[in-house]
Design a binder for this molecule. Structure first.
Ligand code: AMP
Ligand code: ZN
Length: 134
């Protein structure tokens, strides 16, 4: 299913031209319009799924295999030192476009890409709470 109000549906299906790095029957991989670093790309399924909770299982598997293929090909092309694969689900997690996508963000030693979080110590009460409910 496509969502006619979704910009990523239009980009993924070629209705809006965009810089395409790869395309197959399920996905289009494009350059992000606001890159965190040179080569920042997005894997977009051609069908509309709002997020990972909704994503079809087969496409979920294929998207990680595709991420592996893309970063393996792009690492020597870009001359980067590593990659972050980022995938946001929900506004609270930083998702701004509600069509599932994976960010492929090239990283170089000493770069200024600001990914990360403040680490804390795992609390016993949190551990017990989660383990008792899972
Ligand atoms: P997220 O915050 O995980 O939902 O990421 C959305 C990403 O989509 C951001 O990195 C935007 O820069 C990118 N983006 C939004 N519109 C476009 C567009 N028209 N073409 C390419 N990338 C886009
Ligand atoms: Zn969509």
């Amino acid at each position: 299913m496509k969502d006619e109000n979704c910009i990523f549906c239009k980009l993924a299906n070629g209705e809006i031209p965009t810089a395409t790095l790869y395309e197959d029957e399920d996905f289009r991989v494009i350059l992000d319009a606001n890159p965190a670093s040179k080569g920042h790309a997005l894997i977009l399924p051609k069908e509309h799924y709002a997020n990972l909770y909704e994503l079809d299982d087969e496409l979920a598997s294929k998207s990680l295999v595709l991420a592996k293929k893309m970063i393996t090909k792009l690492t020597p092309i870009l001359g980067c030192d590593g990659y972050n694969i980022v995938q946001n689900n929900g506004e609270a997690a930083g998702q701004t476009v509600f069509h599932f996508h994976m960010h492929l963000i090239p990283r170089s030693k000493g770069d200024s890409v600001g990914l990360g979080w403040k680490m804390s110590a795992l609390k016993d009460e949190d551990k017990e709470d989660i383990l008792s409910k899972i």
